[in-house]
Design a protein around this ligand. Structure first.
Ligand code: SAH
Length: 366
């Protein structure tokens, strides 16, 4: 029986080089293939004119460039766009584009669902089905680029943040090649600091990322002490705040990064009091960091509420007074459930954590 075709999107440049060398071809074919796939967005092997006819025929026999089907595109009144991509018969993931004045940020998913079960996150509440492959991760950028007309000098996507569905570091082996393609000149050519991995704190993989990829790091902290963080981010019971921040410190030193980002979701009455802010500043005193406050975004079924605007301002004030660059993340795309923590996609929850298995009733975008 013939093997299933190999999807070229699953390989970064180093992977493609091995693949072409194994075919008896030269290494530079990898760059050429990437130029067609990511630069020209041309997935038709027949059009790859700098490949010989024989090579094209071999590619057609054993390889493919398979991109997930686009199921829907929703545009928010603030210009945010959310795409739903079908990755297999029962699973679809969401990708969000957030246009701002001087940049365009793409928020990419790494898993179908998530196992971490952070109590304030819609993705966690839905349960987990599976990891995404490298192809399914990088295809989100590919599809967004195509839909946006991101091409040549007209580059709409300037930043990628791994802040969609899932915990990127829990799917490290598939995420790493995707991060490489995002930053490769023959891929999407993004500067290292414009690709951000956001994590709830999987310490061993922060350490691996430290060695493997020069990207920006964002830590979802959400609480200044373990007792509270255990409640919000159950992963904290495994890797507590002290262990996590030690690993962050290493990351900053090793990468000679100016700073990391600390994400802190502000939930009414939970973690938003001035004493929390003061404790946070004390905790971060020796960690070069900027603080990104995220007003909690509600989702169906949650008991949590967004902090009052005065509480958000007061929290920010304390952080600023202590010398931290502090931003409040603007809620974007909440009318299309595209805001932070609202992404749920459509999928079968293998963990059965969600009460009910959602049925996919989706229209394929023509
Ligand atoms: N698993 C990764 C990336 C996922 S989400 C991580 O934990 O970092 C990106 C950010 O949105 C995280 O900081 C996450 O904690 C936050 N978030 C999750 N649910 C939220 C909600 N309902 N409102 C606001 N922010 C939320």
């Amino acid at each position: 029986m013939k093997n299933a075709p190999i999807n070229l999107l699953n390989h970064d440049r180093a992977g493609l080089e091995t693949l072409f060398l194994d075919m008896g071809e030269q290494k530079f074919r990898a760059q050429q293939a990437m130029k067609w796939i990511y630069g020209e967005q041309n997935l038709d092997f027949d059009a790859w004119s700098n490949f010989s006819k024989v090579l094209r025929a071999r590619l057609k026999d054993d390889y493919q460039v398979a991109v997930p089907t686009l199921l829907s595109e929703q545009v928010s009144k603030d210009g945010t766009i959310k795409w739903l991509l079908k990755v297999d018969e029962v699973n679809a993931v969401e990708t969000v584009f957030i246009p701002e004045k001087n940049r365009g940020t793409l928020c990419v998913s790494s898993q179908v669902g998530c196992t971490l079960n952070c109590t304030f996150c819609a993705t966690g509440a839905q349960g987990f089905n599976r990891h995404l492959t490298t192809a399914e991760i990088i295809a989100q950028v590919w599809v967004a680029a195509k839909q946006l007309g991101h091409h040549g000098l007209d580059r709409k996507i300037t930043n990628v943040v791994m802040m969609g569905m899932g915990e990127p570091l829990a799917n490290y082996s598939q995420v790493l090649p995707a991060l490489n393609i995002m930053r490769d000149d023959f891929g999407f050519g993004l500067a290292n600091r414009r690709v951000t991995v956001s994590t709830a704190g999987l310490v061993p993989y922060i350490d691996r990322l430290n060695a493997d990829a020069d990207v920006s790091l964002a830590i979802s902290l959400h609480a200044p002490h373990d007792e509270l963080r255990n409640q919000l981010v159950p992963l904290n019971k495994k890797y507590n705040i002290k262990t996590l921040l030690a690993s962050c410190k290493n990351f900053i030193q090793n990468k000679r990064k100016a700073r990391i980002t600390i994400e802190y979701t502000l939930i009414d009455g939970m973690n938003d009091r001035p004493e929390h802010a003061r404790a946070l500043c004390k905790l971060l005193a020796n960690i070069p960091s900027k603080i990104n406050l995220i007003p909690f975004n509600p989702f169906p079924g949650t008991a949590f509420k967004q902090s009052q605007p005065e509480a958000i301002e007061a929290f920010k004030g304390v952080c600023m007074k202590n010398g931290f660059i502090t931003t409040v993340r603007k809620t974007r795309g909440d009318d299309i459930a595209a805001a932070c923590g609202q992404l749920a996609g459509e999928f079968m929850d293998r963990t059965r954590r969600s009460a009910q298995i959602k049925k996919m009733q989706l229209e394929v975008v023509a």
